[in-house]
Design a protein around this ligand. Structure first.
Ligand SMILES: *Cc1c(COP(=O)(O)O)cnc(C)c1O
Length: 354
């Protein structure tokens, strides 16, 4: 590991790992021994430190709580059979983090703090990376406004943090997804492309109502016509129609530019599958389903990786799928796992060694 930045490090006396079994661990429930913290004050980042994971002391007037300047990322670290730790494409998350920051009038974070900080933190808590299929160390960078003054304006001060959560699978069963036509996640000119906290607060009611109908999540449609497909919960979405991969385009700025989305598009093209990034309507999907040319539909994101969709519901119309026939999703999942657990050569240099 080559790092350049000088980070103040305070280590725990006793690791919590002694009391925790990393087998069969749920997603996002446990946190490792250490966290990284940095403060933005007077126009610069300072006090970069790694210290024991602990509560924060905050004022009730904390700006992030009132006005929502809060962004995050999700990245995963893995271990190979020799116990060497790798992080999957963290630089892409660093770039996206700063895109989110700029949209919300927050300061960007320097590459050394994000990348070196992340590497040093993972190195220190390397033993927290589970070595088990479908398990990983989930890395959660976070930035939020810390001014303690009421009034809507960009905060002058911020906190950047990274925490680590050893995790098992996000979804344990194939998903049933409801096509959302009542609520909207994002609009052109909005914040749909940024990973900011408010997007998730906004989305919960749709997921809640979908659950009441027997679904796990929603597939968002555009806010104007409720016709053009966007993405699913915390995942981008990929359809295979007549042998061609089709996924909603990024150009409207209404969906997250997923690192997993980008990775699977690359892998599909290498597998010889044509992939189209374009506008895709629910009508086209329904028509393809009725004709029998809609072969596969799956979600893709860091948390859930590649998640086959077992049923799509559109109003009263149900489109069940036999996911055991999903050739592309299955092959992608296998290749993806082989790359992440270092079982095949990493020809794209996606794995960053710690
Ligand atoms: C994080 C996220 C994704 C997936 O992005 P990855 O970089 O693949 O993890 C997709 N959609 C939304 C809304 C997200 O928050």
């Amino acid at each position: 590991m080559d790092t350049v930045m000088d980070i103040n490090i305070t280590k725990v006396e006793n690791s919590k790992l002694n009391d925790l079994n990393l087998e069969n661990i749920p997603f996002g429930k446990y946190f490792s021994d250490h966290m990284l913290e940095a403060d933005y004050e007077n126009g610069e980042w300072r006090n970069v430190e790694i210290k024991p994971y602990q509560p924060l002391i905050i004022q009730p007037s904390l700006a992030a709580l009132h006005y929502g300047q809060s962004i995050f990322e999700g990245i995963k670290a893995y271990k190979d059979a020799d116990g060497v730790a790798y992080v999957f494409r963290p630089y892409d998350n660093f770039v996206r983090f700063n895109i989110s920051a700029e949209r919300l009038c927050m300061p960007t974070i320097p590459e050394e703090i994000f990348m070196d900080g992340l590497k040093q933190l993972v190195e220190i808590d390397k033993n927290w990376i589970p070595f088990r299929e479908n398990h990983s160390l989930y890395i959660r960078p976070l930035m939020f406004a810390t001014d303690t003054l009421l009034g809507v304006r960009p905060s002058d001060t911020y906190k950047f943090m990274i925490m680590l959560s050893p995790s098992g699978p996000y979804y344990t069963t194939p998903m049933k997804i409801y096509v959302e036509e009542k609520y909207s996640r994002s609009v052109k000119g909005g914040v749909g492309f940024s990973k900011n906290a408010g997007n998730y607060a906004n989305s919960m009611i749709a997921a809640k109502e979908a659950k009441e109908k027997g679904y796990d999540q929603v597939l968002w449609t555009d806010a104007v016509e409720h016709k053009w497909l966007q993405e699913v919960g915390m995942m981008n979405v990929m359809f295979v129609i007549d042998g061609v991969g089709v996924t909603p385009e990024l150009s409207e700025g209404t969906i997250l530019n997923g690192v997993t989305r980008n990775s699977i598009i690359t892998m599909m093209r290498e597998m010889g599958i044509e992939v189209q990034e374009r506008r895709l309507s629910i009508d086209e999907v329904v028509e393809a389903y009725k004709k029998g040319t809609l072969q596969e539909v799956f979600g893709c994101g860091t948390a859930a990786t590649i998640a086959p969709i077992a049923e799509l519901g559109y109003g009263d119309f149900k489109m069940p799928f036999d996911i055991s026939t999903f050739k592309t999703a299955t092959e992608l999942r296998k290749q993806f796992d082989d790359i992440r657990y270092s079982r095949i050569p990493d020809t794209h240099s996606w794995m960053v060694k710690i």
